[in-house]
Every structure is written in structure tokens, then in C-alpha cells.
Design a protein around this ligand. Structure first.
Ligand code: SF4
Length: 79
């Protein structure tokens, strides 16, 4: 899963920070949301989906399919 933010739509409500503080934070100066993580651990998926649903600006986009490089490797180690 990947998450992205459209800061032009962020109204600085802070809802996402309350819902998923490990993933989102607000800038001290302009109040806009920032991502604390670039690759989300599975334990945070539910919180981030909820934050996206609750965001009043519709600023949070969740992509369920991560790029190949971000997928967990489940096969045997090479070498
Ligand atoms: S919930 Fe949405 S509008 Fe509010 S701070 Fe987070 S991204 Fe911005």
C-alpha cells in the first residue's frame, strides 16, 4: 500500500494525525500534513484507510497495490 497527499486540498484539520499519528504529522508553520513514512507497514493499513475516508478535504489517496520494489519478499533469499 502507498499513500499520497494533495496538499492543495489539505485544510489542516488534523484528523489524519489523530487517526494515524505514526504516518501523518502536521507542519508546525503552515499546518499542512506531511508523511512520516514513505512505505507503510501492514500494521498501519487500517488506520491509513480510515484517515483517507475521514479526511474532510479528500486530500489523502491510498493505492492498495504497491510497486514491485515495495512488496515484501516472500520467496527464499537469493544466493
Ligand atoms: S485529515 Fe485531510 S485535510 Fe485534515 S490535515 Fe489530514 S490531509 Fe489535511
Amino acid at each position: 500500500m502507498q499513500v499520497s497527499i494533495d496538499q492543495d486540498r489539505c485544510c489542516s484539520s488534523g484528523q489524519c494525525v489523530v487517526t494515524a499519528p505514526e504516518v501523518f504529522e502536521q507542519d508546525d508553520h503552515d499546518g499542512l500534513v506531511r508523511l512520516r513514512l514513505t512505505v507503510l507497514p501492514p500494521a498501519r493499513f487500517a488506520d491509513v484507510r480510515l484517515a483517507s475516508e475521514l479526511c474532510p478535504g479528500g486530500a489523502i489517496t491510498v493505492a492498495e497495490e504497491a510497486p514491485e520494489r515495495d512488496r515484501e519478499r516472500t520467496g527464499p533469499a537469493a544466493g
